[in-house]
Ligand binder design. Structure first.
Ligand SMILES: Nc1ncnc2c1ncn2[C@@H]1O[C@H](COP(=O)(O)OP(=O)(O)OP(=O)(O)O)[C@@H](O)[C@H]1O
Ligand code: SF4
Ligand SMILES: [Mg+2]
Length: 369
């Protein structure tokens, strides 16, 4: 991790009105643009875990790729420690490639089958000319393998990817990322290829790494219940836009946007709970970024729109995110204790996220919360 004498004042990562678009795959001569990410803004504080949640095709990976400089944004910007990453070159870009690490969903694809676990992690150090002497590097690699739960490290270090379980492989990918001491880890569906039985261990590992190393994590998932396990805050993405963002527990307790309500309604709850919840099943096809509906982009599937008698406003006006005081709280910007006005979670390491405390993009979020 980059050493800071004092914690950085602003957020570690800020997205301002990010747009990512692709040319349609309908043929080489197609000029149609797909706006996969359509004006996304959020901030991530040091030591904070923010979840990006939304169904397949909503633009999560496109956001990740833009942050990691794997995709050129068509608009807006990505700021890392307050500076735009757009024109970073040379040694500064090499440093950025250390500071921001991405863990993708398929560990098998991320690993070189010809490298042992030891060489996989050592390779990360060598590429970035880190680790010092051979002996120093060896100590660092073994310590990292232990830290991600691959023990006994000496024995695991000799194994090849095909000799490891799915969970061990993902731990190894995480070790290769963490050994570089990043400030930000982006985990894009890190457990979706794993057996349910192995998922909890990887999620716990992410929490441990945040607590022990103060790393910030952008946790990307289509599964709100997984996000709930790890994240301090959540941003719900629908068709390239954030439709709701706020503290995790708050969003689960009192979701404001009809899309978030539908996601929350299908989270499995323990059988022992007395609360009865009505499952909200969304009608209609999963949306395509190549045909974004006019007005509020959620209106063709929105249960509230139908319930309210299909107001014209929903078909003609594109709602913006507005800060909404959640039920049982004061005006937006004050918390129960009146101390956390910046969206940060109390008790989290250095969590100092900027941005609205709890905001949703629906004309009726205020009235119906
Ligand atoms: N290289 C590309 N060329 C054209 N369209 C693309 C490209 N990559 C993504 N898309 C489209 O952009 C939209 C967003 O895709 P993206 O992969 O960012 O979504 P996602 O939320 O990560 O989905 P998933 O949960 O399935 O991983 C989709 O409509 C997808 O088909
Ligand atoms: S603005 Fe209308 S269509 Fe959009 S989420 Fe709100 S009620 Fe639904
Ligand atoms: Mg994806």
């Amino acid at each position: 991790m980059t050493a800071h004498a004092t914690a950085p004042a602003g957020p570690l990562l800020t997205l301002q009105d990010l747009v990512v678009s692709y040319r349609s795959r309908r043929g080489p001569r197609s000029r149609r643009q797909i706006r996969a990410v359509d004006g996304v803004s959020f901030s991530l504080g040091t030591g904070e875990i923010l979840a990006l949640v939304g169904e397949s095709g909503c633009g999560k990976t496109s956001i990740v790729r833009a942050i990691a400089r794997l995709e050129e944004p068509a608009g807006g910007q990505v700021l890392f420690r307050g500076a735009s990453i757009a024109h970073v070159r040379g040694p500064a870009l090499r440093q950025l490639r250390r500071d921001i690490q991405v863990v993708f969903q398929d560990p098998f694809e991320s690993l070189d089958p010809r490298l042992t676990a030891f060489d996989t992690v050592a390779e990360s150090l060598l590429v970035h000319r880190l680790g010092g002497s051979r002996a120093g590097r060896r100590d660092q690699v073994l310590a990292m393998l232990e830290q991600v739960g691959l023990h006994p490290a000496e024995a695991i270090a000799r194994r090849y990817p095909h000799q490891l379980s799915g969970g061990q492989r993902q731990r190894l990918v995480i070790a290769g990322a963490m050994v570089l001491g990043p400030d930000l880890v982006i985990a894009d569906e890190p457990v979706s290829m794993l057996d349910v039985s192995l998922r909890a261990g990887i999620l716990r590992l992410m929490l441990d790494l945040r607590d022990s190393r103060g790393v910030s994590i952008l946790f990307v998932t289509h599964d709100l219940s997984l996000a709930w396990v790890v994240a301090d805050r959540v941003a719900v993405v629908y068709l390239g836009r954030i439709v709701e963002i706020g503290p995790m527990d708050e969003v689960i307790r009192a979701p404001l946007h009809p899309y978030t309500r539908a996601l929350v309604s299908v989270i499995p709850v323990p059988e022992t709970t007395t609360a009865r919840r009505e499952r909200i099943l969304l009608r209609g096809e999963a949306p395509s970024a190549s045909r974004i509906p006019g007005g509020c982009r959620f209106h063709p599937r929105c249960p509230l729109y139908r319930q309210l008698g299909e107001p014209e406003r929903c078909r003609t006006e594109d709602p913006a995110l507005v800060a909404v005081p959640p039920a049982g709280r004061g005006p937006a910007g004050t918390s129960k204790a009146g101390t956390h006005t910046d969206g940060a979670s109390p008790g989290r390491i250095g969590a100092a996220a900027a941005g609205p405390e709890h905001a949703a993009a629906c004309h009726f979020a205020k009235e119906s919360s």
